[in-house]
Design a protein around this ligand. Structure first.
Ligand code: GLY
Ligand code: MN
Length: 471
């Protein structure tokens, strides 16, 4: 078997598997490691990334491996190295080395998985995002998932749901080992944002800044945790285009986080290309910053995350009223969803092994039982509506965006234009803004929240001092 071994103690993973087994009682769980996907010929593969549930329980990516947790016993079925592997990929770890490093009871060749198939009749599994792996899950466990689309929670049977709920229970609040990894991702991300600010000056391309930022991730053994967003068009929320030239009056929005042994960080900063915010940019930047800081301060046990979102929305609405962009009282504006004209997304999400952690399980992870998404524009994009608990890591990421697709949309903006709630003339003064987002990763503790990403400049003056420092 080629691939990686866990970098943390096997006890970390044994304890997590024991907790899963406890939650499941007699029911076995079968967790697939995910597979490699080929490009133009079988051995030329896209970068492989292990399935997050597998990483949580085993500690390292292992293509096509299968973990079976059955009561107190864990067995790992792996693809043995073939004859050429040592030549092309280097020496493989022996099965006994894998066993010691992962703490499982046995490591066996994948071909032996069929020998335990009978025991797996009542096993639960979680659908892989990878269609080839899903086909193997269907074959082994008798699932009938539609091969043409990714299964949703609605496609899971009772056994699968039991595993899903057990994994959610484990992964919502992070153990110390997980937090150590997230802190590693945060350290690399901090270096990346500082480097991005330092290299920025008019005339560069977005690509140049992205490269300087991702370099810091790679130099620390990390990868980007998601498609980096580094753009002067921050109003395009998930902009993955990097060819614009940075103009002297532009803001650059960088939403970029590192992945450290599978664990993610997710940070956004928005800085002025020439090192000074204009008066209009600064006015809206300070509103977003105020909302962000107040929302971060709310990350405490028992607080409903939707209330964090709504509070941030009220702070934004108040600022927009002060600037003459919205008219009305801030609470009333948020109730009617008027703030979403300029802040259309949710204030954040769970963070862990994935940037939007456990969204492979849809809202079953992000929404507490009995809570469902709002139908209102804006609030409907909120990804998390749970009461916060110690050990949870969430992002806090309010923003203000001037999005033509929203402001020119009759259904969304029409009513607010007709009754004078939105003052487009006042908004026109802020044409040099486009998009501002400020995002931190925040750990909920027993006491005060810990802003894990606090070392990345955020106050306007600190950001201005950091921009262009390399030239
Ligand atoms: N970092 C991208 C997002 O949170 O959607
Ligand atoms: Mn985010």
């Amino acid at each position: 078997m080629s691939g990686h071994l866990p970098v943390q103690s096997p006890a970390v993973f044994s304890n997590r598997r024991a907790a899963l087994a406890d939650a499941l009682g007699d029911r076995p769980a079968v967790i697939f490691g995910g597979g490699e996907r080929s490009r133009n010929y079988p051995a030329n593969v896209y970068p492989y990334r292990g399935d997050s549930h597998f990483l949580y329980l085993v500690g390292a990516p292992m293509p096509d491996a299968v973990l079976v947790v059955d009561g107190g016993r864990s067995e790992l079925f792996v693809v043995p190295p073939d004859a050429d592997d040592a030549l092309w990929h280097g020496a493989s770890a022996s099965l006994s080395t894998v066993r010691t490093a992962t703490g499982v009871d046995a490591v066996r060749p994948l071909s032996e998985l069929s020998e335990v198939a009978e025991r797996l009749e009542d096993a639960g599994t979680l659908p892989s995002a990878d269609p080839l792996t899903r086909a193997k899950q269907c074959a082994l466990l008798g699932r009938t998932w539609d091969p043409t689309r990714a299964p949703t929670v609605a496609d899971l049977d009772e056994d699968d749901l039991a595993v899903a709920d057990a994994m959610i229970g484990l992964r919502l609040s992070h153990d110390e080992a997980a937090l150590e990894m997230i802190r590693g991702a945060v350290a690399a991300t901090t270096a990346a944002h500082r480097a991005g600010m330092e290299i920025t000056r008019p005339g560069l391309l977005e690509h140049d800044v992205r490269a300087a930022m991702e370099r810091e991730l790679l130099a620390r053994g990390c990868e980007p945790a998601y498609g980096s967003i580094v753009t002067v068009h921050g109003e395009v929320l998930h902009n993955n285009v990097y060819q614009h030239r940075l103009g002297p009056s532009d803001l650059l929005l960088a939403d970029l986080g590192g992945e450290h042994h599978g664990w993610a960080s997710d940070v956004t900063r928005t800085w002025p290309v020439a090192g000074r915010y204009s008066a209009t940019q600064r006015a809206l930047y300070d509103i977003v910053l105020q909302a962000e800081k107040e929302a971060c301060a709310m990350v405490k046990p028992g607080v409903r995350y939707r209330d964090v979102h709504l509070h941030a929305s009220v702070v934004l609405a108040r600022g927009l009223v002060d600037e003459g962009i919205l008219r009305g009282d801030p609470e009333g504006l948020v109730e009617r969803g008027a703030h979403a004209l300029l802040f259309p997304h949710g204030v954040g999400h769970l963070l862990g092994l994935d940037v939007h952690d456990m969204e492979d399980l849809g809202d079953r992870a992000g929404y507490a039982q009995g809570r469902t998404r709002s139908a209102q524009f804006g609030l409907g994009y909120l990804r998390l509506d749970r009461d916060l608990e110690p050990g949870m890591v969430v992002t806090i990421e309010p923003g203000i965006y001037i999005v033509p697709a929203i402001l020119e949309n009759e259904r969304i903006a029409g009513p607010f234009l007709a009754d004078g709630t939105l003052n487009k003339e006042a908004l026109a003064r802020f044409a040099d803004v486009r998009g501002i987002r400020i995002e931190d990763d925040v750990l909920c503790t027993d006491g005060e929240p810990e802003v894990l990403t606090a070392a990345i400049p955020k106050e306007a003056a600190d950001v201005e001092a950091a921009v262009g420092a390399a030239s």
